[in-house]
Design a protein around this ligand. Structure first.
Ligand SMILES: Nc1ncnc2c1ncn2[C@@H]1O[C@H](COP(=O)(O)OP(=O)(O)OP(=O)(O)O)[C@@H](O)[C@H]1O
Length: 229
């Protein structure tokens, strides 16, 4: 097993066809260590989300290479990608909770796609995760009755409950106040220390940079800075 969760080599990415074809990612070469919190920064349109979705098997690799958990994504078949995605957790903007399901049921969705454990064990794991994110008194609330920050914490609990190897997060703290944002990122760091979970996070949130193990900055699709604070 290597110490790297993700490696990219000569990674390019293009959108559009013919005259509208436009390059969004240029020659990105990165090695991302296991168990660390890596932040992707950069101005709007610099390619952060494109890079995150390429590394997270959410977009086909067109040119160059992405190695995720020792599997090459370029040319990988759909069955292989599905197997890999089961080892990942995704935290995108808060709005992807199911509005008709309670907090607990939303977190259970994070387990049921994996088919892990029996119903009682799954319920216990969902409740445990919701307690960890400080929502023990909101287990049976619908998203409509939760604040933006509480919804985001449900999304975090759902991403973490299956104990993924890598978590991809796009602006996970955008809707949170400073304390809740810190709590979410602290939790991801704790998962890194205790379980070796790797987190790659896109953020504009300057308040959480101090928590990062590494900060990679993109501009116009290129890596322009890469620091370990
Ligand atoms: N589906 C798409 N079709 C065409 N162009 C796209 C598509 N998605 C992104 N792009 C373009 O690729 C470039 C990078 O976009 P991307 O969303 O990765 O940037 P970003 O850094 O995440 O921006 P933001 O901070 O605003 O979310 C931009 O020029 C964008 O217009």
């Amino acid at each position: 097993m290597t110490d790297m969760a993700i490696q990219t080599q000569a990674l390019d990415h293009f959108f559009g066809e013919g005259e509208a074809r436009k390059q969004a990612i240029f020659d990105v070469n990165l090695e991302i260590e296991r168990g660390k919190l890596t932040i992707l920064m950069g101005p709007s349109g610099s390619g952060k989300t494109t890079l995150l979705t390429l590394m997270g098997c959410l977009r086909h690799v067109q040119s160059g290479s992405v190695n995720l958990l020792e599997r090459e994504l370029k040319g990988a078949g759909e069955a292989e990608l599905v197997r890999l995605r089961r080892r990942l957790g995704f935290i995108f903007q808060a709005h992807n909770l199911h509005e008709s399901l309670t907090a607990t049921q939303n977190v259970l969705m994070g387990l049921q796609v994996h088919g892990k454990g029996n119903a009682a064990k799954q319920m216990a794991a969902a409740h445990h995760m919701l307690r960890l994110v400080g929502l023990e008194d909101r287990l049976d609330y619908l998203p409509g009755n939760l604040s933006g920050g509480q919804k985001q914490r449900v999304a975090v609990a759902r991403a973490l409950v299956s104990n993924p190897n890598v978590i991809f997060a796009d602006e996970p703290t955008a809707a949170l106040d400073k304390v809740s944002g810190h709590n979410v990122v602290d939790m991801l760091k704790t998962m890194g220390r205790e379980r070796g979970t790797t987190t790659v996070m896109v953020t504009h949130d300057n308040r959480i940079l101090e928590l990062a193990d590494r900060i990679i900055t993109l501009e116009e699709g290129r890596v322009v800075s890469d620091v370990r604070p």
